[in-house]
Design a protein around this ligand. Structure first.
Ligand SMILES: [Zn+2]
Length: 244
């Protein structure tokens, strides 16, 4: 195995994971700041009370800010598969990108290669299942939109990281159609089964997060037939991953 080169930049922003300590989730973020130096400064500023375990620069440089055994402050108020406050159980990876506020742009290849290598290392170290590799917006859909619709989830999945089932041809044929009441109930059940925490009356928030990740052409939060079909595909992939 090739050893990953990881530089240290210790952040003071961490705490105990709690008992029993477990790590079985990866949460991917973008930094959403003007550049890597600004992001590193903030993630290491005791007054900011934010951090992550790792940061990956656009040139592929990887920094460790908080040791894996400690709880880093990256996900904030968050929920997945009925569990809240995911900092206790997750590793947070910040991926440098200016984000929607500062000029969102594609993630360079060198950076994605480094993200891939880091994820592989962590997945094998902690046996992290693919249905628990998520974006920040998946676990905090009402507050967050990172790593965003330009993030290459399909590419990561091809490298064996996370879920991204290949869309079936039916998906495109369903474009523009609406859904009935029965289909809607089934689709929302799929959304929850995948792991999204859905608030009654605010289903559009979780739906938009799902779309941003799994149908990034449009994330309007509307449950159209295309979204319903995609939900069924992803739910099936999730069920398969849980059995494996
Ligand atoms: Zn984030």
């Amino acid at each position: 195995m090739t050893l990953l080169e990881i530089a240290d930049r210790p952040s003071p922003n961490h705490a105990r994971r709690g008992e029993p300590a477990r790590i079985d989730m990866l949460v991917l973020h973008y930094t959403g700041m003007a550049n890597a130096a600004a992001a590193l400064d903030r993630l290491c500023d005791p007054a900011a009370r934010v951090s992550a375990h790792y940061l990956v620069e656009e040139n592929g440089t990887i920094w460790q800010l908080v040791s894996d055994e400690r709880r880093a402050f990256h996900a904030g108020r968050s929920c997945w598969a009925g569990e809240n406050d995911l900092n206790h159980v997750s590793i947070g990876i910040e991926i440098v990108n200016p984000g929607h506020e500062w000029g969102y742009r594609p993630f360079p290849e060198e950076q994605m290669t480094a993200v891939e290598r880091l994820c592989h290392e962590l997945i094998s170290r902690y046996s992290i299942p693919s249905h628990r590799i998520v974006g920040h917006s998946d676990v905090a859909p009402d507050r967050k939109s990172d790593p965003g619709e330009l993030f290459d989830w399909p590419g990561l999945a091809r490298a064996g990281i996370g879920l991204w089932p290949q869309p079936a041809p039916d998906l495109v044929r369903s474009r523009g159609r609406g859904v009935g009441v029965v289909e809607r109930a089934a689709a929302l059940a799929d959304l929850a089964r995948i792991g999204y925490c859905v608030t009654v009356g605010e289903e559009a928030v979780a739906l938009a997060a799902f779309q941003r990740r799994f149908r990034p052409e449009r994330w309007d939060g509307r449950l159209d037939a295309e979204t319903a079909l995609r939900l069924a595909e992803v739910r099936a992939a999730c069920d398969h991953a849980r059995q494996g």
